[in-house]
Design a protein around this ligand. Structure first.
Ligand SMILES: NC(=O)c1ccc[n+]([C@@H]2O[C@H](COP(=O)([O-])OP(=O)(O)OC[C@H]3O[C@@H](n4cnc5c(N)ncnc54)[C@H](OP(=O)(O)O)[C@@H]3O)[C@@H](O)[C@H]2O)c1
Length: 464
């Protein structure tokens, strides 16, 4: 075919149906440039493979973007995936998502557990439940994909516990989770290749120093996000040292590895929220310019490739932990303070103090709320009892009134029949209607029934 075309080109000249040569050249150059750019920005596919059957993976952020793609790939390879989600597993959308993930991967070992990373108590509840298990539960991997970012121009937001939300979700919750899960990680057998995969972002390079607090007026969503990612990296490296320092009872070395991963920029819901500033107008612009987002940003699946490499590359267990990977290759950290032990120590101590303070405050709040709830429940119970007694007494009263009426009627008839006065059989007690007033409780007012003993005039209470 190409030969026939070239021959006709030679003998018959340039065919009319083809566009002008220079136009053709332009179009070819444009298409090749787009194709090359797309190929380059898509990143490198993961070259590592591993059978994940039987491996237990905890993953945060597994419901969206890069985390969802990672959870899918791991589930497809047979891993038991536990999604740590903000919503409870009973939530209809989450249940559907889990069902869908099971169906698409053909893996029924996909579960969800509620862990709201914006809530230290929720993190503690999950992690303590996990480590309280005896014998220790199998744990092969923790993938920390959850993250949040306030859209540009947005205001500083605090969680209900009073911690800035970006710091809380992106750093402090992970610090807290790994802190509590540390015994569970260290208790794994020597031959279990445990990985802690920590996604970061190149924005950490522009972060302000960790030992300098961001003042409220200097706070921007970008600096908060960058600072949280820098803190996470510093902590991840320190956590590896913490694991390495552990002396196993069997005297064998620790094989758990912390792996830092920069997935690159991707078209995820989080990125879209950031690009559109969380506004409808922004979304409209995003849709119109979607071609550029497609061209320059990776798909979530391609962004997950470096995470999958960190999860499955077998050589990593033989290398020291705390390394940074990008495009499935090891890269150097661009900041020296990531490896600074003094910075790490200060961060660790400050985070511990912050968690202790917040947890104490929250515990007091919860205890107070519980007391108040118990009090209001007690009051509601008492009110219900009073209501019940009143309705019982009412029923008895009505019954007695009815009976009295009937007796009266009978007596009237008898009186008539005997030719005597109608008032000859009068009731000695006041009418029962006094019970129907606003304070009608016969218990409270010592109301004496007609058939109660009457010797000293004191009430003996209702006879029910
Ligand atoms: N996208 C990028 O371009 C890019 C670039 C560099 C690094 N990264 C990093 O890659 C990771 C994944 O990013 P992504 O863009 O895929 O994220 P994303 O689409 O924004 O998804 C964030 C995930 O975090 C979860 N999450 C947020 N707040 C939570 C909370 N309070 N409790 C529990 N879960 C919570 C979300 O759960 P819900 O579904 O319930 O909201 C969601 O599953 C992040 O660590 C991010 O920093 C991303």
């Amino acid at each position: 075919m190409p030969l026939a075309f070239l021959t006709s080109l030679y003998f018959e000249g340039y065919p009319r149906w083809l566009p002008e040569p220079w136009r053709l050249l332009k179009a070819t150059t444009a298409i090749s440039t787009i194709a090359l750019t797309k190929w380059y920005t898509s990143g490198r596919p993961n070259p590592a493979e591993r059978n994940m059957h039987g491996r237990v993976v905890l993953i945060t952020g597994g419901t969206s973007g890069i985390g969802a793609a990672t959870a899918y790939e791991l589930a497809q390879r047979g891993a038991q995936v536990v999604l740590l989600t903000r919503l409870p597993p009973t939530d209809a959308f989450l249940a559907e998502y889990v069902d869908d993930l099971r169906a698409r991967t053909g893996n029924h070992m996909v579960y969800a557990e509620q862990v709201d990373l914006a809530d230290l108590h929720s993190v503690r509840q999950f992690a303590t439940r996990w480590i309280d298990n005896a014998p220790p539960r199998r744990l092969d991997m923790i993938v920390l994909c959850a993250a949040t970012m306030v859209p540009p121009g947005g205001k500083r937001v605090e969680t209900e516990e009073g911690v800035e939300v970006t710091w809380m979700v992106n750093f402090l919750a992970n610090f807290h989770l790994l802190g509590i899960l540390s015994p569970a990680i260290r208790a794994q057998p020597f031959d279990r290749d445990v990985r802690i995969v920590v996604p970061t972002c190149s924005s950490y390079i522009a972060s302000p120093r960790l030992d300098v607090e961001i003042q409220e007026k200097e706070w921007t969503p970008q600096t908060a996000y960058a600072r949280s990612k820098l803190a996470l990296m510093v902590f991840a490296k320190a956590y590896q040292k913490h694991l390495d320092a552990y002396k196993r009872p069997d005297q064998l070395p620790m094989t758990a590895r912390v792996v830092l991963v920069d997935p690159g920029l991707a078209r995820t819901p989080g990125m879209r929220r950031w690009l559109t500033r969380g506004s409808l107008w922004g979304l409209l612009v995003y849709v119109v310019l979607y071609f550029f987002a497609w061209l320059f940003l990776k798909s979530p699946t391609m962004a997950a490739q470096s995470l999958l490499f960190a999860a499955m590359e077998s050589s990593l267990v033989r290398l020291p932990g705390g390394r940074l990977f990008k495009e499935c290759m090891e890269v150097d950290c661009a900041r020296k303070d990531v490896d600074d032990e003094e910075v790490a120590k200060k961060l660790w101590e400050a985070s511990d103090k912050l968690i202790e303070r917040v947890e104490k405050q929250q515990a007091v709040k919860r205890a107070r709320a519980k007391k108040e709830q118990e009090k209001s429940e007690e009051e509601a119970k008492k009110a219900a009892q009073v209501d019940e007694i009143e309705s019982l007494v009412g029923a008895i009263t009505r019954g007695k009134a009815k009976a009295a009426k009937e007796t009266q009627k009978k007596n009237g008839k008898r009186g008539k029949a005997a030719g005597s006065s109608t008032n000859s059989y009068k009731l000695r007690r006041p009418p029962f209607s006094i019970l129907s007033g606003p304070h009608a409780s016969p218990v409270a007012h010592g109301y004496v029934y007609q058939d109660a003993p009457r010797g000293d005039g004191k009430s003996a209470g209702p006879r029910l």
